[in-house]
Design a protein around this ligand. Structure first.
Ligand SMILES: Cc1cc2nc3c(=O)[nH]c(=O)nc-3n(C[C@H](O)[C@H](O)[C@H](O)COP(=O)(O)OP(=O)(O)OC[C@H]3O[C@@H](n4cnc5c(N)ncnc54)[C@H](O)[C@@H]3O)c2cc1C
Length: 387
């Protein structure tokens, strides 16, 4: 790590400790919500620290950290529960060089500035892991497209001004291929069906949306007709790496908190830390965290070095798979070490136990990550992927 890397990591750590962790319980007891002035203070602090839009180019108003530095920041953000770390705004990096000049002005710059927030509508009732099974359609009509479809789990819809909508083209030379659109919120024909309750207590909801003849100008098509899946893959790679980083941060916090508790908690006349059963749970957790962290850090550096995209894709799956499963094992052990206290919502282990579960599901389930890894292994060999 360079001095600059370490300084960024330290800044992010202090921000999490001072500005986010103290608000976890308040959020847990208030449906994930924090008062407006608290969020505004956190946002101002992030800007002051140079941690705003860390993944976006400077000429668009971002901080443009290296991928490795973004990993360091995300890891710290992962140490906090209740999605409070989402205040660290990271816009759609994949859109850089893809959006037209007009789309950059109307959408990307406001996203980088934090004036517009985006959400993603890809998953459908009959298309989850199998993205190619989507039934949503986009039909060209003069200078517009008409969008139709039902979308599930649309994260942050309640806070967003823009939704990226993935559909298959109905008609035209590229009929049946994927296309991605920018849709303003609100738009005529776009309706929230409901916002179901999920395991975690986050302010960001995961809405079910209905698109019924939503009309968008052709200028809101992203890239070319048929290019929809490329952008989705780029987004998946970025998110999988950042999930791995956040899982490392969560595991570190859990290990620290569980160790502190084990040293203090006395049963049968001794701190429970003196019992081998407890020691081994912590030792396994620490060892697995180290492995996940090494993997994630190396992947961050690989991306900065411009390693082959297919290798990056496989490594993003490997890091996400290993780190998310590691963090879930660590959370389970932490609950066990805290005993009955670990089952209370006011306990960090209880919250992480619920919250980390989704990291094995979203942005591609563990099973899908294994499929990707095995596919790449067959094509490239173990030496290329684990050398
Ligand atoms: C909290 C939350 C937020 C989300 N946010 C968004 C969002 O913002 N935008 C969005 O578009 N989507 C979002 N999603 C959707 C998420 O990406 C999907 O849930 C995920 O991709 C899995 O799809 P599915 O739920 O339909 O499960 P399915 O694909 O139906 O899978 C069910 C089970 O079958 C397994 N399975 C499926 N295919 C295979 C296979 N080939 N081999 C082995 N096993 C297989 C899966 O691993 C899983 O265990 C979110 C989901 C959650 C829970």
């Amino acid at each position: 790590m360079t001095d600059e890397d370490r300084a960024i990591q330290e800044k992010a750590r202090r921000f999490v400790d001072e500005e986010l962790i103290p608000h976890e319980l308040e959020a847990e007891m208030n449906a994930g919500q924090l008062p407006r002035d608290v969020i505004e203070r956190q946002q101002a602090k992030l800007r002051e620290l140079g941690l705003w839009s860390i993944n976006m180019p400077r000429d668009l108003g971002g901080t443009e950290l290296t991928s490795f530095q973004q990993v360091l920041v995300s890891e710290q953000i992962g140490r906090v529960t209740n999605g409070l770390g989402w205040v660290l705004h990271t816009g759609p990096e994949w859109a850089v060089g893809v959006f037209t000049a007009d789309q950059v002005d109307r959408y990307l710059k406001p996203m980088v500035a934090g004036d517009k927030r985006e959400c993603y509508a890809i998953t459908e009732p009959n298309a989850g892991s199998d993205v190619d099974a989507i039934e949503a359609t986009a039909r060209r009509e003069g200078g517009d497209y008409l969008l139709n479809g039902t979308k599930w789990h649309v994260t942050s819809f309640n806070k967003a001004e823009v939704v990226f909508f993935q559909a298959k083209l109905a008609g035209g030379p590229k009929a049946g291929s994927h296309a991605l659109f920018i849709v303003d919120i609100p738009s005529e024909g776009l309706r929230m069906v409901r916002a179901p309750a999920y395991s975690h207590t986050y302010a960001d909801q995961h809405a079910i949306l209905e698109f019924e003849d939503v009309r968008v100008p052709a200028a809101n098509l992203i890239g070319d007709e048929g290019g929809g899946m490329d952008f989705t893959y780029a987004w998946f790679r970025y998110e999988r790496l950042m999930i791995a980083a956040r899982c490392c941060g969560a595991a570190e916090r859990l290990i620290e908190e569980a160790t502190a508790f084990a040293k203090e908690r006395v049963q049968f006349g001794q701190p429970i830390m003196s019992y081998q059963a407890i020691q081994h749970m912590l030792a396994d957790s620490l060892t697995e965290l180290w492995a996940a962290r090494l993997m994630t850090y190396r992947l961050g550096r690989e991306i900065d070095e411009g390693v082959d995209l297919k290798v990056q894709h496989a490594h993003c799956s490997m890091a996400k798979l290993y780190a998310s499963e590691m963090a879930n094992r660590v959370a389970d052990r932490a609950v066990q070490i805290f005993g009955g206290r670990g089952y209370m919502r006011e306990n960090v282990a209880e919250r992480f136990y619920r919250e980390l579960r989704v990291d094995r599901i979203w942005e591609g389930t563990s099973e899908i990550q294994r499929n990707i890894i095995a596919d790449q292994l067959a094509k490239r060999g173990a030496g290329t992927l684990a050398g």
